[in-house]
Design a protein around this ligand. Structure first.
Ligand SMILES: Cc1cc2nc3c(=O)[nH]c(=O)nc-3n(C[C@H](O)[C@H](O)[C@H](O)COP(=O)(O)OP(=O)(O)OC[C@H]3O[C@@H](n4cnc5c(N)ncnc54)[C@H](O)[C@@H]3O)c2cc1C
Length: 353
């Protein structure tokens, strides 16, 4: 393992924004990870774990510590779960590309992750914010997550329950943020699970066709995502693909807030999308709130802007935008939505530096 100095982080992110890391190490094995951790400890440096950089905003001044890129790849092992002929476990190294694993599971005919096709990033990054799309969340198929515990300086297996998954959250991005490095994820599939389509775009795509196969859904999801600029193809990537995906989470508010908003809507503003949550609150669509605050798809502010195909994606239009420019646009959107609807939008990507 080599430890490089002053490595520009922008190329390691899908936004292509951000300054240098003081030190940078690409680790290919668990032993190399331990070695990198020792190096950081020895110099008293903060450590940041990098996957595919697809949910990351790096500050222009960079990061004064060690960035460890998880490049632990290798074979994906599949085998039956102990005591069951109906359940199969996939052991997947953290550095494997997420979509590659989804394709493997779908090609083998297992349902459970097909709606998460085309999400960029690594397998190790997937449990961190409990990635979700088109009615599916990765937590639904996670069996265990193998991690290096930076406090105990040891490897442990965390059960899905111990990861405390929720909407775009887990212990990895909340209570235990920065404590664990994911080195492997074990996924569990039931052999008799059929594909369930919960999302309108997908249901429309398949029309009356009953029980599409996982691989068919995988292809359909990628097609839908490509249409929204939510699929990164390095060959054809344009300005809409220089993003960190959805920049804002869908806010969850009280019913009182919803009533207040509905009272302010003009008749021509249509119906505000809203979904009840299990704890008696209401989830709103961040995209709808942003659009109804005056920001349309394709909105531009200098070198940054909003994707022409997806309101939630803030983009680096020209490829040479700065983090400060991006955060100014973020602040403008948050403030305008707050003034219009009294709802504060939270940023989804992780901020480094
Ligand atoms: C075009 C586009 C579309 C997207 N669509 C979706 C979507 O539909 N649904 C969705 O949920 N997300 C989506 N995302 C966001 C992103 O792809 C996911 O959050 C992804 O899982 C991030 O993984 P990563 O490896 O790129 O993590 P990074 O961006 O590198 O890191 C993100 C966070 O995870 C931590 N991390 C990464 N790897 C590890 C590890 N091995 N151990 C411990 N911590 C780690 C980092 O420290 C950081 O805090 C999209 C992003 C883009 C650019």
């Amino acid at each position: 393992m080599t430890i490089e100095e002053n490595v520009l982080l922008a190329p390691y992110t899908t936004l292509k924004i951000g300054g240098p890391a003081r030190y940078f190490a690409k680790v290919a094995t668990e032993d190399e990870l331990v070695e990198a951790v020792r190096f950081a400890r020895g110099l008293g440096l903060p450590l940041f774990v990098l996957g595919g950089g697809s949910n990351l905003v790096v500050a222009d001044r960079g990061f004064d510590g060690l960035v460890v890129q998880i490049a632990i790849t290798g074979k994906v092992f599949a085998g039956s779960a102990s005591g069951s002929t109906m359940r199969i476990l996939f052991q997947v190294p953290a550095g494997i590309d997420w979509d590659t694993f989804v394709a493997i599971a779908c090609e083998a005919g297992y349902a459970g992750v097909e709606c998460l096709a085309g999400i960029p990033g690594t397998v190790g990054g997937s449990p961190v914010q409990n990635i979700g799309a088109y009615g599916q969340e990765v937590s639904q198929t996670i069996h265990t997550v193998r991690v290096f515990d930076l406090e105990a300086h040891d490897f442990v297996d965390l059960s899905a329950k111990e990861c405390e998954f929720g909407y775009r959250r887990s212990i990895f991005n909340t209570s235990q943020r920065g404590r664990f490095v994911v080195t492997r994820v074990v996924f569990e599939f039931d052999l008799d699970t059929l594909v369930r389509l919960n999302y309108e775009d997908l249901k429309r795509h398949f029309g009356d066709k009953p029980n599409p196969r996982p691989l068919e859904v995988y292809r359909a999801v990628r097609e839908i995502r490509a249409g929204k600029g939510m699929l990164i193809d390095p060959e054809t990537a344009g300005p809409d693909e220089r993003s960190a995906g959805s920049f804002f989470k869908n806010p969850v508010v009280s019913t009182r807030v919803v009533t207040d908003i509905l009272e302010t809507l003009a008749p021509d503003e249509g119906t505000m999308p809203q979904w009840p949550t299990d704890d008696g609150k209401v989830k709103l669509a961040a995209a709808w709130l942003i659009e109804h605050s005056g920001f349309k798809k394709g909105y531009a502010q200098g070198r940054v802007g909003i994707s022409s195909r997806h309101t939630l994606a803030l983009i680096n239009r020209t490829g040479d935008a700065t983090c400060d420019e991006l955060l100014r646009l973020r602040d403008l959107i948050v403030l305008t939505v707050e003034q219009r609807f009294g709802v504060t939008l939270a940023m989804e990507p992780v901020m480094l530096g």
